[in-house]
Design a protein around this ligand. Sequence first.
Ligand code: PHB
Length: 385
Amino acid sequence: MKPKFISMALAAAAGIGLATPAVADTKVGLLLPYSGTYAALGNDITDGFNLALELSGRTGEFEIVREDTEVKPPVGLAKARKLVLEDEVDVIVGIVSSGVLGAVRDFVDGAQVPLIVANAGNDNATGDACSAYITRVSFSNAQVNRPMGTWMAEQGIKKVYTLAPDYAAGRQMIEAFTETYTAAGGEIVGGEYTPFGQTSDFGPYLANAKASGAEAIFVFYAGGEAISFVKQYGSFGKELPLYGSGFLTSSLYVNAQGEAAVGVTTSLHYVPTLDTPENNAFVEAFGAAYEGRTPSEYAVHGYDAAMTLMAAVDSGASDRETIAATLPQVKYVGPRGPLEIDPATNNVVQNVYIYETVMDGGALTQKVVGTVEAVRDDPKGCALQ
Ligand code: PHB
């Protein structure tokens, strides 16, 4: 039990505004990559998380301990253990890699510590390995990619070659895409999984794609690998149209890809060009806080993780058990659109947007060309309800 009410009373007695209580009530472990191929993603999630606390005037209520997973499953597990056993956090927020989430799942479930997943899409964590202690506010690998398989087949694209890094997320994303694409009549004519975090030359893979007779390529890459892949795709002359899951051309690093990204069409649950009051306010606040930067989907995951945690605390949650039980009750309209947690899986239910990266007035931006509303995962053996 945390001294939430005591600290608020103390703050009031000391004449301190409730926005800056003297004692933090909730201890949060931010478990993210701050080094390695996904370091930029971890930093953006952190920025989004902090922004939500700051805009609410509640930074003083939350004590934050950061740990770097280095995108390595054993390191992620060791850091999760340290956060829980040494730092005694009330809740863990984070995890970018599906591999790290797979490694941490049994530990958080056994230790009964709530985990708010703020990126990693590992389908199992809200499928057959779901847990009452794991709530995901980001996306699942299947959720983002299934709509794209159907959409590409509907566009009349008949033969596709696939590429992704060789680890859980790459495999699950390609499998989800393949399932709906082939069900809608498309054919996968070939594909490869590239060594994760170790592939710097994508030339041979692009050559194999071209030789396969495919009409288009569908890929998942993110972070540093997405930058290298798209740049090399551009320097090979964009021989085939490029599609993928929308992390490929994330607003976090699309400027580093430059002109090579123009025309790439992908699917994702957030793009910063969504013209809604909630998103316009978020984009403005993020830019004002962080030197004019445009928020990415990663920043939104961090922001929504903090919003979800604050909502849980506001409805009375104060320790690991009550936080875990209350997190899935969140439901609101945020920057990405309507967001709610499916009580059957604890995975987020949300829109998936199909967007093209375009050049507009000399700047790279995202043009939404399709929306699939309220995408909900199949429980796949999860028995939370
Ligand atoms: C994942 O490993 O689940 C993952 C990593 C980076 C992304 C998306 C998914 O951008």
